[in-house]
Design a protein around this ligand. Structure first.
Ligand SMILES: [Zn+2]
Length: 303
């Protein structure tokens, strides 16, 4: 049995919000089985906002959740770190409606979660196993999920910029590949876009310390962490946004030129298409000949 996991102990860090520029304190806390990932606003009497598709509040260059009068922005990198390390249940306490941007990647959150350590809970994990393709496209942007024996992400991007004409990568997502290949990839933005965001009062906390900024001729803050850091970051965003379905996914996610709006619309569509997946207690398919109703323990031998 794959057990659900939570954090072993509480850990905290502080950073600034990308859009507000305000200082934010973030604490990660253990939580009971089947409670999922829940944001908690300590400045709003502990109002909780579960990280679910039902609480999606819109997308403005980042993924934004809200419930009742509370909200929390820029949740995707932290959610990616939690699911990437196999944390099913946790409380994320914030004293401000924005997750700190840290260095623009998920690596600081990975360190924080590793610092807390993980604890197994005596309740089986329930995976969402994809049974048939689910697809969503808008113009030339596209995202789809296909049956696969493990969680994989293939992503491709192309921009009207000499540096970013085309990048593509496929990753089989497990804790090691997430930590080494995906978590360190930073947010990126084009200098022109950053100036436009600032005029709208956004990205006030943005700097060369927390985003890769691309000018007309090249990257302002080289060196890059990976030659294809940009597409790796898109994979990170997709993992974080897909976490809103509330279960670890067993399937192959394929995206081309997508972004938070399409990722999250896709997560909602996936939940609606109930015949496209099933919840199972083991990641690998049942061996041939084992009836679907067989006790879970009998199908695990040989894993
Ligand atoms: Zn991102």
């Amino acid at each position: 049995m794959d057990s659900q996991r939570t954090l072993r102990r509480q850990v905290s860090c502080a950073g600034i919000g990308l859009h507000s520029g305000n200082k934010v304190t973030l604490s990660l806390k253990p939580a009971p089985a089947n409670s999922g990932i829940r944001f908690r606003r300590s400045d709003l009497s502990g109002l909780e906002i579960p990280a679910t598709v039902g609480n999606l509040a819109g997308i403005h260059y980042a993924t934004h959740l809200s419930r009742n009068e509370g909200s929390v922005e820029t949740v995707e990198h932290l959610l990616a770190a939690l699911v990437g390390l196999g944390v099913d249940n946790a409380i994320v306490e914030l004293n401000y409606p924005e997750v700190p941007i840290m260095d623009g990647s998920a690596a600081p959150f990975v360190y924080l979660i590793q610092e807390a350590g993980l604890r197994s809970l005596p309740v089986p994990r329930r995976f969402m196993r994809v049974l048939r393709p689910v697809e969503l496209s808008r113009g030339d942007k596209r995202i789809a999920l296909y049956p696969s024996e493990q969680f994989k992400v293939s992503y491709s991007i192309s921009f009207e910029h000499p540096l970013l004409r085309h990048q593509a990568r496929t990753v089989s997502v497990n804790e090691d590949s997430f930590v080494e290949q995906i978590a360190p990839a930073r947010t990126f933005g084009f200098l022109k876009e950053v100036e436009m965001l600032r005029q709208q009062g956004l990205a006030l906390g943005g700097s060369l310390e927390n985003a890769v900024v691309i000018g007309e001729t090249g990257v302002l803050n080289n060196p890059l962490r990976f030659e294809d850091e940009f597409v790796r970051h898109k994979i990170l965003d997709a993992i974080g946004d897909l976490a809103l379905v509330g279960h670890p996914v067993v399937g192959h996610l394929v995206a081309h030129r997508a972004g938070h709006a399409l990722h999250t619309a896709f997560a909602a569509k996936l939940l609606e298409e109930r015949d496209a997946w099933e919840l199972v207690e083991q990641q690998v398919p049942l061996p041939f000949g084992v009836p679907a109703g067989a006790p879970v323990g009998s199908a695990i031998a040989g894993r």
